[in-house]
Design a protein around this ligand. Sequence first.
Ligand code: CA
Length: 247
Amino acid sequence: MGTYASFARQANLLDYNLAMQRILIIEDEAELVKVLRSYLEQAGFEVHSSYRGDTGLETWRSTHPDLVILDLNLPGMDGLDVARTIRRQDDTPIIMVTARVEETDRLIGLELGADDYISKPYSPREVVARVRTVLRRATGSVQRGTAIIRSAGFEINPENHSVIQNGTSFDLTPTEFQLLTALASAPGRVFSRLQLLEQTQDGSAYEGYERTIDAHIKNLRSKIEPDPKQPRYILTVFGVGYKFAGD
Ligand code: CA
């Protein structure tokens, strides 16, 4: 390891320290906490953790984290109650972690104000990416809809509405473009049809029901998927909605 590399690493650390953001993990699986902690710390976050819902809430009060990663099924106090209690007092961003996709459905229905949902098993790298996205959204440091999105080889540019993958450009309608942008900006996140409807700015999307989204997704798949019958990028989550597969 050369001197420059170690200098760069130190400079990087210094940079992170100036604005170190605090993450609280409330999760009863010790091994998961350990892995997540290590990834988040490597990404420059200060990490606190708790194995129980009730003590997690106490830690939330004492540490004032910038974001909470909250497991749904917890001893001491249920994750839903923890989320509700936090929401009553503060707008700390919350990423809910669920053990099953069916639970995501339930959570979306409850609309308890979580900022994002992740279902197990997840990749720690994905969690770090989602944490960054939610924090960016929360702090408003990136103007929505102007940053270029890169995922799964796609380059999506909201400024000129272009979508390119491996030198191939795709001709999308405004609604298809909005849908792809919404999905690809949060790979792995499950969007309900209603959420996707809200993301589309094309007025015509509002005249129908949530199922109009299915028609748009079908058209979008026919354009960007190598085999639209077996989608690789835009995946159906049965009973819930859609998600982007990412890298
Ligand atoms: Ca649990």
